[in-house]
Design a protein around this ligand. Sequence first.
Ligand code: CAA
Ligand code: NAD
Length: 300
Amino acid sequence: GITRNFSSSAPQNAIKTVTVVGGGLMGSGIAQVAAQAGQNVTLVDLKPELLEKAQKSIQNNLTRVGKKMYKDDVSKVENFVKDSINRIKVSTQIEDGVNSDLIIEAIVEKLDVKQELFNKLDQLAPEHTILATNTSLISINEIGAGIKRKDRYGGLHFFNPVPVMRLLEVIKGEGISESTYQTMMEWGKAIGKTCITCKDTPGFVVNRLLGPYSAEALRMYERGDATKEDIDIGMKLGAGYPMGPFELADYTGLDTNKFALQVMYEKTKNPVFRRIPLLDRMVAEGKLGIKTGEGFYKYK
Ligand code: CAA
Ligand code: NAD
């Protein structure tokens, strides 16, 4: 039909304007990397104070990136930060963000809330707009079950911290067109990421493999095979990881780790994802990692 002809003849790297819905940890990072790459961005969140917080965090991280980019000419950092910030419009109204070439969802990890948002975006956005979710754990086909434009829908899964991690997982939904897939891959490249492709499977590539690694590390420590410090040193110096598994768990948040483990177990039934009593206990005690000042290590 007409829609199909339109999408298959669309030019490559057609994305000039991007909307990011959800300005938390991930959404603010996604908005930043798109703006840094010269794109016009609209960032949408529920409350003005959340948008202000996102803008502050983007400004700080842009300064870190700018200092690295222009280490031989510090005078350029300020303009780089200002120009990038100026490309990001913020709004609490989703209607202000629907007229973009690409809309990326980075809101709470809840199926019904995400479905409701996508159904609305599908109705409000222009025909050519591509919709994408940054979900870590939910099936992208389930999130997009109610939308009509299944050929213009997929997953764009980023990694924390978004401005630093070089990977983007491009997830193929069941109805994605070749043109949409190619546009997503080109866009990832345009914002400086290396893209890999994965089907809509639990945890995609990276979390499917990081999960068992992290779970086994916790079990080693729980059994008393080695200290957490030695396990962390082991994986940094013996396997080249930038952080050891306990440092990474504290960085990601133990509540997030527990939730991920539970979801992965429900979806795969693989016993490697079974509950870890030590993790349950620490979460119950409020030791969630860096964000609460204590996890496996202390941060105060
Ligand atoms: N924005 C911009 N720059 C940042 C940054 C941010 N948010 N955070 C760190 N940086 C920069 C720093 O400025 C620094 O730059 P220089 O080297 O040029 O000075 C560089 O990154 C390194 O930072 P630090 O020196 O502060 O600390 P570090 O060397 O320990 O690096 C790290 C920090 C990048 C987080 C690194 O430890 C790392 O890569 N850790 C592993 C993170 C990881 O595995 N993430 C994936 C988690 S899984 C996921 O995200 C998917 C999911 O669905 C849950
Ligand atoms: P977060 O809690 O930091 O941010 C979520 C933001 O979305 C909040 O600011 C919230 O106010 C906003 N929000 C919630 N509902 C909304 C709605 N209906 N409309 C507009 N804004 C809304 O969460 P996060 O860590 O940035 O995660 C966001 C998404 O990214 C989740 O799906 C998560 O699974 C995924 N993800 C997280 C990580 C990670 O390491 N944290 C990595 C990759 C992917």
